[in-house]
Write a protein of this length. Structure first.
Length: 418
């Protein structure tokens, strides 16, 4: 039995005026998905942890943890430790990882990060320049891609304070605080929270006169005013996925945090093409989607379960381009889902295929949010009464509703076959 999960990352969205009030999923021409829906079963699943507001920025890693069958309300470690694992960093049992983002504050109010348009070179230079000025003994900063960096605080590294109580600290994703006064969204939580506040204040002083900001002033570009710590956590404690379900599995993704989730859950991570543009102005490359489909078909020969993470719809949403998002969904249907479906049906053995956006990335707001997700399952012992396409509205009307996201994997692997 072969199992494949295709994540159309961030494809879910709200109705768009420029699409005659359709969502990108509804407007996209997806011949393969429509054909699969003819004999598959549509459902809706709540992949965000219980209690998470539908306005909260939810990354794909939290939703993917639930999709893999883990209770994210209890086991989600936060994005930073997963990011660290995805970058190949070792985390000890007591080490803490933080994401570091770059933000712009104007008149005391947090601005949308997308306005900064920081290049990888600028971003890394800023972080490197600030590292030596951090008054956090033992902490190490790892510059990453633009606006995506890590800080690791090793356990007991500070002799004067053996273990900062980072578990008491509350931080905020930069996208959750856009339009909020800085003073209202600073980290809080005992002395450790105060420590992070000092960290942010120090970055403001150092960045004010930095040569990169001087150049940005001359070009009338938004200034980078603060280095923002968020998403802290420790090494995930997860029962290895192959031990839980008795199957070999791999995840193909270009996202470092998703790669870290695969590593933490005991799946084999396969690095996908970066899904970045080649010679045009779009946020993704059609060539990379073609290669992703080839890699997925190759992986089917080696693993019982293959999870394919398609980032193109998410990247188009972050760029705020509805046409690009529709095109990304259509190209994923042609270059990823179609070859996978052909390989499964020609393979000569039973199979199941699951397709889901996993999370919603709103093109208008240029951010991911928590909301119930549509999913489509086809294959062995899967039947429907009413064929429905993979859209948000149709999923709301479907008879298959999964209230707890971590129960979806059990249904996908075993439902109807006991």
């Amino acid at each position: 039995m072969k199992y494949t999960i295709v994540i159309l990352g961030g494809a879910a969205d709200q109705p768009q005026p420029e699409l005659n009030e359709q969502t990108p999923l509804q407007a996209a021409n997806t011949a393969t998905l429509d054909r699969i829906a003819g004999h598959g079963r549509l459902g809706q699943v709540a992949l965000s942890p219980p209690g998470v507001s539908d306005s909260t920025c939810l990354g794909p890693d939290a939703a993917a943890l639930a999709m893999l069958g883990y209770d994210s309300a209890r086991l989600y470690p936060g994005p930073a430790p997963l990011h660290a694992l995805g970058m190949g960093l070792d985390l000890g049992p007591g080490d803490w990882a933080f994401n570091l983002g770059l933000v712009s504050v104007v008149d005391g109010v947090i601005q949308a990060p997308a306005r900064l348009q920081v290049t990888p070179g600028e971003s890394q230079a800023l972080v490197r320049d600030l590292v030596e000025r951090f008054d956090l003994p033992g902490a190490v900063v790892y510059p990453g891609e633009a606006g995506s960096h890590l800080m690791i605080d090793p356990a007991g590294a500070d002799a004067s304070h053996e273990s900062w109580q980072w578990d008491e600290v509350e931080t905020h994703h930069p996208l959750d605080i856009v339009g909020v006064p800085l003073r209202k969204c600073l980290p809080v939580g005992g002395q450790a929270g105060e420590r992070l506040q000092q960290f942010i204040a120090m970055s403001e002083v150092e960045l004010a006169g930095h040569e990169i900001n001087q150049a940005r002033r001359e070009m009338d570009e938004p200034l980078i005013t603060h280095l923002w710590p968020w998403g802290q956590g420790r090494h995930p404690v997860l029962t290895p996925w192959p031990d839980r379900f008795g199957k070999t599995a791999a995840m193909i993704t270009s996202d470092a945090t998703m790669q870290g989730l695969a590593i933490g859950a005991g799946l084999d991570p396969i690095h996908a093409p970066a899904a970045r543009p080649e010679a045009d102005d779009s946020s993704f490359s059609e060539g990379d989607l073609i290669r992703l489909g080839v890699d997925a078909v190759d992986a089917l020969a080696m693993y019982d379960v293959v999870i394919v993470h398609v980032r193109a719809p998410h990247l188009a949403s972050l760029d705020g381009s509805v046409p690009d998002k529709v095109r990304a969904i259509e190209l994923a249907d042609t270059h990823v889902i179609k070859p996978i479906d052909q390989a499964l049906t020609a393979g000569g053995q039973p199979y199941r295929l699951l397709v889901t956006p996993l999370h919603a990335t709103l093109a208008e707001a240029q951010r991911s949010v928590a909301m119930p997700m549509p999913f489509l399952i086809a294959g062995e012992k899967i039947t429907n009464v009413v064929a429905r396409p993979l859209t948000e509205a149709d999923a709301e009307q479907a008879d298959l509703q999964v209230e707890y996201g971590h129960e979806l994997m059990e249904f996908f692997l075993k439902g109807g076959m006991r």
